[in-house]
Design a protein around this ligand. Structure first.
Ligand code: NDP
Ligand code: OXD
Length: 304
């Protein structure tokens, strides 16, 4: 196995399997499964008997970035524990923008006793870009909180209480109807840089929050940070919560750190917890060896 704090993964996987950490040497015929996060390019190609690649995360851009990736199935993470963390993060950030947390924190700092008008949740439209495992769970929770919820994805989805938009044709109507944009897309050639100025300027500008807000917990390279700063500074965008960045860790020199209307977290929205993810991985290995189908497979052509 390789990547993200491997020790705990190693200990838990070792309870049932022989595990080697990031194999050295030209070829390792003994390895059937690779459990990876941002593996060095070319590493997996050197494993002649590799049968399945398991991603430690829900996103697989870090795996597909390897130009020499062997042609074996890739399994990604879909797990209640990870989904719950993401739902919490999205609900937290949406409620904070909705309930004017940035304004209240500034008022508290300056000891200002002032109650601004507060629109009800039903007047606020949250648009979720990416209506997959995480986007659908977030949509359900936001709907339960009373928000008006829309989703945008490649294909249309039927979900109670959620209006579904899809594809290129659905993008502008989706954005035009959105007060808080939540990004839960995977990073693929089709989505890289999608959150640019032209997207931000199509968000609803006359909504009840006094301007649109952005929440990105998908991937940093979905966004153009220079465009986000420009949109914040010219009033196109009211506020942003960013968990992911074009380059991570976010450079100390980035103006996002100190921007009064940006909330920064260090790619912490939904961290993969080996205590919850290793058992399902081991179960999939056993099922695969019994000839059963693998679950949560990546569609390499689509890139996610
Ligand atoms: P899924 O694969 O289940 O869902 C992806 C969604 O994005 C689908 O609805 C898909 O459409 C949509 N999509 C993909 N490409 C396009 C496109 N070109 N145009 C429109 N819609 C598109 O992924 P998850 O929900 O499990 O995870 C989403 C992402 O969240 C991950 O890829 C990862 O990058 C990120 N993540 C971030 C974490 C963090 O801590 N910040 C933690 C975990 C994940 P369709 O439904 O039609 O297939
Ligand atoms: C993931 C992540 O993709 O942690 O799971 O970002």
């Amino acid at each position: 196995m390789t990547g993200m704090h491997p020790q705990r993964w190693y200990e838990l996987l070792s309870q049932e399997r022989d595990v080697v950490l990031e194999p050295e040497g030209p070829e390792d015929p003994g390895i059937d499964y690779a459990v990876v996060w941002k593996q060095p390019p070319g590493l997996l190609k050197r494993l002649p008997n590799l049968k399945v690649i398991f991603s430690i995360g829900a996103g697989v851009d870090h795996i597909l970035a390897d130009p020499e990736l062997p042609d074996v199935p890739i399994v990604r993470v879909v797990a209640d524990n990870l989904t719950q963390h993401m739902v919490e993060y999205v609900a937290w950030r949406v409620l904070d923008h909705h309930r004017q947390g940035m304004l209240y924190r500034a008022q508290q700092r300056d000891k200002i006793w002032h109650e601004p008008p507060q629109p009800p949740a039903e007047a606020v439209s949250v648009g979720i870009m990416g209506l997959g495992a995480l986007g659908q769970a977030a949509a359900k929770a936001l709907h339960a909180l009373g928000f008006s919820v829309n989703g945008w994805s490649r294909r249309e989805h039927r979900m109670e209480g959620v209006r579904s938009f899809s594809g290129e044709a659905g993008l502008t109507p989706f954005l035009n109807a959105t007060d808080i944009l939540v990004v839960l897309l995977p990073l693929t050639p089709a989505t890289e840089g999608i959150i640019d100025y032209s997207v931000l300027e199509r968000l609803r500008s006359d909504g009840p929050l006094g301007g649109p807000c952005l929440v990105n917990a998908g991937r940093g390279r979905l966004q153009r940070e220079a465009d986000i700063l420009r949109a914040l500074d010219d009033g196109t965008l009211k506020e942003a919560s960013l968990d992911v960045f074009e380059r991570e860790p976010l450079a100390r020199a980035s103006p996002l750190w100190a921007h009064p209307r940006v909330f920064v977290t260090p790619h912490a929205a939904a961290t993969s917890d080996p205590a919850h993810l290793v058992q399902p991985m081991l179960a999939q290995m056993a099922a695969f060896e019994r000839g059963e189908n693998l679950k949560n497979l990546v569609d390499r052509k689509a890139g996610y």
